[in-house]
Design a protein around this ligand. Structure first.
Ligand code: ADE
Ligand code: ZN
Length: 319
């Protein structure tokens, strides 16, 4: 059985496997996104973050009903349980659905129909992280936050994702302050493709408590010192970084350097259906391509619980 771990960086829409996409297209009477599953999988060849996001947003058009979102979450839980996940903090992208006429109620009710019972059905505790699309206006993010108010019992945090370069965190300062006032925790994608200065902005302007990706922090020694001193977690996604060409190959991935610098590093899958592996596959790739040993992998798994939004009591039970 894979080592018990938490997953802190997984986009539920990024767990949509081609087979399920075809099944949902059929169920909803839609033209399939590609002639067949194999040709769709062959399209999973990306040159950068934007080339992935184009396909990611297009394919999620098959998600239409509450049952579709329930099936998506159930399929993720099945895979996550087999990968040793005991706790998952799951991103979702409301604006990617409301922008095409699917209500936030449909999305959250569908997801939570599966997630509310996940401890019982899969031995995995779960919570949702509502992500704002950073390439959309800040006013739309604020409106999304207001729409989410009836659902806050299922949502522990807000996040920031989508196309990073040219969309600095500072644009969302007011939205993140409003989220804090609602009692929500805060995380943000930063330093995936964007510069180290975006990580500083996420910390100082958004109050981000974790940085998603964050690998480009290594370009700023003062930032590395700060992240180490504050033990601000990074949710690193090795297979994603290679597939989106943020890193040339796994053997050159900066994860060992981040660990050696004393940072609180965690390992995650990001969009596992698109990037060739779920969370434990990422741990295994670190062993195979970077020679990480059993003790280092155990440390990364411990870090995943430490970096979670679980209570100290629950962390102590799981670590
Ligand atoms: N949305 C889904 N996956 C993402 C990623 N890796 N970076 C930014 N936004 C995303
Ligand atoms: Zn991500």
């Amino acid at each position: 059985m894979p080592i018990p771990k938490a997953e802190l960086h997984v986009h539920i829409e990024g767990t949509l496997e081609p087979e399920l996409a075809f099944a949902l297209a059929r169920r909803n009477g839609l033209t399939p996104p590609h002639p067949d599953v194999d040709s769709l999988r062959r399209a999973y060849s990306f040159t950068d973050l934007q080339s992935f996001l184009d396909l990611y947003y297009a394919l999620m058009d098959v998600l239409r009903t509450e049952a579709d979102f329930t099936d998506l979450a159930t399929a993720y839980l099945d895979r996550a349980a087999a990968q040793g996940v005991r706790h998952a903090e799951i991103f979702f992208d409301p604006q990617a659905h409301t922008g095409r006429g699917i209500s936030l109620d449909t999305v959250v009710n569908g997801l939570t129909a599966a997630l509310n019972t996940s401890e019982h059905t899969h031995n995995i505790s779960t919570t949702l992280i509502l992500c704002f699309l950073r390439d959309r206006p800040a006013a739309e993010a604020l409106d999304t936050l207001h729409q989410a108010r009836p659902h806050l019992e299922h949502i522990s945090a807000v996040g920031l994702d989508s196309a990073e370069v040219g969309h600095p965190p500072e644009k969302f300062t007011e939205v993140f302050a409003a989220a804090r006032d609602l009692g929500l925790r805060r995380v943000a994608h930063a330093g995936e493709e964007g510069p180290a200065s975006y990580i500083w902005q996420a910390l100082n302007l958004l109050g981000a408590e974790r940085i998603d990706h964050g690998i480009r922090c290594l370009e700023d020694p003062d930032l590395v010192t700060h992240l180490a001193a504050t033990q601000t977690p990074l949710t690193v996604c090795p297979l994603s970084n290679v597939r989106l060409r943020a890193v040339p190959d796994l053997a050159q991935h900066p994860l060992p350097a981040l660990m050696e610098a004393g940072l609180l590093v965690t390992v995650n899958s990001d969009d596992p259906s698109y990037f060739g592996g779920y969370v434990h596959d990422n741990y295994q790739a670190l062993h195979t391509h970077l020679g990480l040993g059993a003790e280092q992998l155990r440390q990364l798994a411990r870090n995943s619980f430490t970096a979670s939004f679980l209570t100290p009591q629950r962390k102590a039970q799981l670590i």
